[in-house]
Design a protein around this ligand. Structure first.
Ligand SMILES: NC(=O)c1ccc[n+]([C@@H]2O[C@H](COP(=O)([O-])OP(=O)(O)OC[C@H]3O[C@@H](n4cnc5c(N)ncnc54)[C@H](OP(=O)(O)O)[C@@H]3O)[C@@H](O)[C@H]2O)c1
Length: 270
């Protein structure tokens, strides 16, 4: 049996749907199993008892990365421990691209990768690049201009659907990808200035300090400003620009152009 965690999230739902389309009848691991009729299994990684992975052969572990590092490490440790306990054969983990090591949320991904490598499970690590959708949302115009502090740095952002398609291919044939790590970037790197031009608005980036000062409000959790600021900094410093061809190899086709995906997300958020 195949099980996808985070199945009602953006990435997990696409992976779940892709596996279902292939007739692989995936189970949906989620905190809201009611959404998945008979094919849902309650899965809250914050439950100290750990998730029930009985009968699961292949586990697609979508990172549950919103939280302080100690929270995320504990979540992922519970899942890997449960996978070992329940005899799961293969774990496909959605991680973070190697070029993202400067991002504030990189540590939890690298820790989870190490936990898997040192486990007795077989695994595949999908190091996902920054979502084009997220880059677009962060670059959405404010007051008629793109003001996000991305500097002149480019991002090899990638469409979430392509990352889901890659995960589906790996989960459908895990033996072919045993103990492999893939760097999944978009096919081109593009800038916030380029995005602004596509949107037909000027690019007037504020400073990092101005942006940080604006990150206040009841909707922001304490760990979020550091995460967001690290995306601006790493981009502006040029760390996220590297493109790799692992994704095309996994998909057996060219990846989607991430620019229109980011433009659509920026337009929706404007
Ligand atoms: N590469 C990038 O640009 C990027 C950007 C943002 C985040 N991420 C990472 O990629 C993951 C997937 O992205 P996404 O866009 O699909 O995020 P998302 O829509 O927020 O989905 C994340 C899902 O993780 C599951 N989850 C959260 N806390 C959990 C817990 N305590 N126990 C079990 N499941 C939990 C939830 O699934 P259910 O609702 O089904 O329970 C949630 O919907 C994120 O969680 C994050 O780690 C990557």
């Amino acid at each position: 049996m195949l099980l996808v965690t985070g199945a009602s999230g953006h990435l997990g739902s696409l992976i779940h749907a892709g596996l279902a389309e292939r007739g692989l009848a995936p189970l949906a691991g989620t905190r809201t199993p009611g959404r998945f009729a008979d094919a849902g299994r309650t899965m809250d990684f914050d439950d100290p008892a750990g998730p029930d992975l009985t009968g699961v052969r292949v586990l697609v572990l979508v990172s549950a990365g919103y939280g302080e590092d100690d929270v995320v490490l504990a979540r992922h440790d519970r899942v890997v421990s449960a996978a070992e306990r329940h005899g799961v054969q293969h774990v496909v983990y959605t991680s973070l691209v190697g070029a993202g090591d400067h991002l504030a949320f990189a540590l939890a991904h690298r820790w989870t990768e190490r936990r898997l490598r040192e486990s007795r499970l077989s695994w595949t690590i999908l190091r996902n690049g920054l979502y084009a959708e997220l880059f677009g949302q962060l670059a959405a115009p404010v007051g008629g201009a793109v003001t996000a502090p991305f500097g002149t740095g480019a991002v090899a952002a990638v469409a979430r659907q392509d990352l889901a398609d890659a995960a589906v291919r790996v989960a459908a044939d895990p033996a072919a990808h045993r103990d492999r790590t893939y760097e999944l970037t978009g096919p081109v790197a593009f800038t916030a200035a380029g995005l602004a031009a596509e949107l037909g608005v000027p690019y007037h980036p504020v400073s990092l300090g101005e942006r940080r000062a604006a990150l206040v409000g009841p909707d922001l959790l304490p760990f979020q400003p550091a995460m967001l600021m690290s995306i601006y900094s790493a981009t502006a410093a040029g760390f996220l620009a590297e493109t790799r061809d692992d994704l095309a190899g996994l998909l057996s086709r060219p990846p989607r152009d991430p620019v229109p995906v980011a433009v659509a997300a920026a337009g929706a958020g404007a």
